[in-house]
Design a protein around this ligand. Structure first.
Ligand code: BGC
Length: 594
């Protein structure tokens, strides 16, 4: 998500920094009840450093009943596909009961399943299916806010006397108007919504369907920990902590500083008690299980490091937003800079974060998820000429960096942005809110929609392209979001048995990472940092050196380096005839053992 003032959820989160998952070894029920994994660097407890995560957006993965919406039975039918990718963990976007105003990020019952996805028994079958295949499962933990249809909120919003009133943040109307706070998914941009029955305003940093939970209330925190234990006792392997950096608030509600403009994540995130709560959560829950955790974290390196410094005993991994939100015009809602992005500056962001996590903690690597467009369109080149090679180049990048890779469903076959022309084709609350805001201000809607063809979240949520039959084999009914028309050629069936396909390149790259410890644990150092076209780096472990050269441009480019390549061995390349050279063809990727 963004947290630019005028809109963007993904940028906003970028500033906040998320804390992701935690998972456990070898899945079956209660295997996760062993030692806590926060001890620094012992092989057993750090299994999550060596894992490759595959993210499944269940509503778009596979439908089984023809209602056009993915479901558990559908995902179960694709278990072997996931197994054959070679991944170790799966991150499932929210599967809890929800009215789906924000596709499951508005939870109405934390211990029940979204009816559209199936039943708890179906969920158990899916979980067991992954575990039987030695794949761990992360759940999305959305606890900064819930849904306004959650029983807690229904009761709280009916009366100030409700035992749940203090589970939320309220501003009594007799005190006048609440101090201004921005909301990401609110057309008026106002995070306080008036509630008549209690004559008070409730706080919602996201839409008014998503009231913020009051983490300053110990009873609420205990409820959350209880609910987390419920899922962990079922045998899940960890959590991605959604929007967690927002959970602690300064309830004195001081006026926002002037610098707030355009950067509200910085002033909303990382509240006064955030890390106390993370440590409490670790003591009360995580420390009792052998799981992994990852935060959607916001802020600078120092702030994000707090989540993952093992000595602090909070979480295992965090993902941050600085690199993923790069290349948008300032102060606008995810508007791509028409000049493109400056590779040298982008590399420096990766250098800063990667170096920081080399000293302590552990990072993540991702180029896409459900809050981002498709990596091929955003960071590569989805033209017919270069889609194949640039998609493989990006796959090489994600899987050769330091930090646990998070890889998004569909990227393995080179799915790209659908690029909707009309606002009616979109589903995403973020986009619709921003569209309404631009419209209300009399802004340039045409320009806005052009920009969204590159950056909107729905580009990354279109149904999985399995084959060239009706609706790409995703559903026999009309899909909830259009299938990309290129499914007739870009699909799993077409790539499954082609050794040169994107899909098989992804599998090879996973195996290469697994068989090359330097790619996982090795130091990381930029090569030819000022090169405007090539992203090149060296991974070094116990004297073993692996160089990665990635040409990010549609032209021949040369790496300037003193490295001796005369004895270099090509471990993998994205062209059919790779050789150890510094002269790279358009979007060429080379992984070289020196
Ligand atoms: C999720 C988004 C969601 C938001 C509000 C984010 O961290 O990744 O998809 O819209 O939280 O819950």
């Amino acid at each position: 998500m963004s947290f630019h003032r005028t809109t963007s959820f993904s940028l906003t989160l970028a500033l906040l920094a998320l804390t992701l998952f935690s998972c456990q070894p070898n899945g079956p029920k209660s295997d996760n009840k062993t030692a806590q994994n926060n001890t620094p660097t012992t092989a057993k407890s750090d299994w999550w450093k060596e894992a490759v995560v595959y993210q499944i957006y269940p509503r778009s993965f596979q439908d089984s009943d023809g209602d056009g919406l993915g479901d558990f039975k559908g995902s179960i039918s694709r278990l072997d596909y996931v197994k054959n990718l070679g991944v170790d963990m799966v991150w499932l976007n929210p599967v809890y009961a929800s009215p789906n105003k924000d596709n499951g990020y508005d939870i109405s019952d934390y211990q029940n399943i979204m009816k559209e996805f199936g039943t708890m028994e179906d969920f158990d079958r899916l979980l067991n299916g992954f575990h039987e295949r030695k794949i761990k499962v992360f759940m999305d933990l959305v606890v900064n806010h819930c849904s306004n249809e959650h029983e807690w909120f229904k009761s709280a919003s009916a009366s100030r006397e409700s035992p749940y009133y203090n589970y939320f943040h309220w501003w009594p109307a007799e005190n006048g108007k609440p101090p201004y706070r921005w909301s990401i998914f609110d057309e008026k941009g106002d995070a306080w919504e008036y509630n008549k029955a209690t004559n008070s305003y409730y706080l919602h940093y996201f839409s008014d369907y998503q009231p913020d939970l009051n983490w300053e209330n110990p009873k609420l925190r205990e409820e959350i920990y209880k609910m987390m234990r419920f899922w962990l006792d079922k045998g899940i392997d960890g959590f991605r902590l959604d929007a967690i950096a927002f959970c602690s608030k300064d309830t004195n509600w001081p006026p926002l500083p002037e610098q707030y403009k355009g950067n509200w994540g910085m002033y909303y995130a990382n509240g006064p008690h955030l890390h106390e709560y993370m440590q409490e959560m670790n003591r009360e829950v995580f420390s009792k299980y052998n799981i992994a955790t990852v935060a959607e974290a916001l802020g600078d390196v120092e702030g994000v490091m707090k989540f993952v410094d093992p000595e602090r005993k909070e979480l295992n991994m965090a993902y941050s937003f600085e690199a993923i939100d790069f290349g948008y015009l300032p102060k606008e809602y995810k508007m791509p800079d028409p000049k493109g992005y400056d590779l040298v500056a982008w590399k420096k962001i990766y250098e800063k974060w990667t170096n920081a996590f080399e000293t302590k903690g552990w990072g993540t690597m991702y180029l896409a998820n459900h809050d981002q467009p498709r990596m091929l369109t955003r960071w590569g080149n989805d033209s017919p000429e270069f889609r194949d090679v640039s998609s493989k180049m990006l796959t090489t990048f994600v899987l050769s960096m330091r930090g646990t890779p998070y890889y998004y469903y569909g990227d393995e076959i080179g799915m790209n942005n659908i690029k909707f022309d009309k606002v009616e084709e979109y589903n995403d609350i973020e986009l619709l809110t921003n569209y309404a805001q631009v419209k209300a201000k009399g802004g340039d809607l045409k320009r806005f929609l052009e920009g969204m063809k590159i950056s909107s979240r729905d580009n990354g949520r279109t149904p999985m392209q399995w084959d060239n039959t009706l609706n790409s084999g995703f559903s026999t009914g009309a899909p909830w979001l259009k299938v990309n028309p290129n499914y007739t050629t870009v699909n799993v069936a077409a790539q499954q048995n082609d050794p040169a396909s994107n899909l098989n390149y992804f599998r090879k790259m996973i195996q290469l990472r697994k068989n090359t410890p330097a790619l996982i644990h090795g130091d990381w150092e930029l090569i030819d940092a000022e090169n405007p076209d090539v992203f090149a780096y060296l991974r070094t472990l116990d004297g073993k050196k692996v160089a990665v050269f990635l040409n990010f441009k549609a032209k021949q480019s040369t790496v300037r380096t003193d490295l001796d390549l005369t004895k270099a061995k090509v471990l993998l390349g994205n062209y059919t005839d790779p050789s150890a050279t510094v002269t790279l063809r358009p979007y060429e990727a080379l992984v070289l053992e020196l």
